[in-house]
Design a protein around this ligand. Structure first.
Ligand code: DAT
Length: 177
């Protein structure tokens, strides 16, 4: 599938608060990949299918979201971030990065964001049980899934560097096609 793309498609996943949007925004500016923010796309198109009482957030209509993104993903050159990944077609992505954050740091970030009670606890449990890492490994070829620590500004810089290098390497390897 990637043979038809002149630029790769990158997925960044992880528990809410691990730094996905921060990282994607930076990568998008540096690499020229177009950042597709799933939360904003869902809101703009009202692509919802109910409400999650525990996580206190609307539930995305996964089939509608996949239909909405299909053509853009086929073109390549996209970076997507979302706190879930099992409903995206495997063929869409050339690489998957899973952000991981220390529980106490994540707790502070989510509390600052205004998360409380069940919502806060559920998200911390999601990180403790490495739910998104397991989901990514089950949904994609484990050879394209990379775990990245996302605790400090230094980690952010390292991750920007690693992903930029990965994109450059992909371009070199695919330039003959
Ligand atoms: P997400 O998109 O995964 O929900 P975010 O990008 O909104 O997360 O980041 C949550 C908060 O944490 C935000 O205030 C920015 C901060 N942050 C993100 N990555 C960080 C890092 N590596 N070091 C320190 N703070 C970080």
């Amino acid at each position: 599938m990637s043979r038809t793309r002149s630029l790769p498609n990158v997925l960044v996943t992880g528990t809410p608060g691990t730094g996905k949007s921060t990282l994607c925004s930076e990568i998008s500016q540096i690499s020229g990949l177009e950042w597709l923010n799933i939360g904003e796309i869902a809101k703009a198109g009202q692509l919802y299918d109910g409400y999650d009482e525990v996580l206190e957030c609307p539930v995305i209509d996964e089939d509608q979201m996949v239909d909405e993104l299909e053509d853009k993903m086929t073109d390549g050159g996209k970076i997507i971030d979302y706190h879930g990944c099992d409903f995206f077609p495997q063929r869409w992505f050339d690489v998957v990065f899973v952000l991981r954050t220390n529980n106490t740091i994540l707790y502070d970030r989510l509390a600052t964001r205004g998360y409380r009670g069940h919502k806060l606890e559920s998200n911390i449990e999601c990180e403790i049980f490495q739910t998104l890492l397991d989901e990514a490994k089950e949904s994609y070829n484990s050879q394209i899934v990379y775990e990245l620590q996302s605790n400090t500004p230094d980690d952010l810089e390292d991750n920007i560097e690693k992903i930029s290098q990965w994109i450059n390497q992909w371009k070199i390897q695919n330039s003959h096609q």
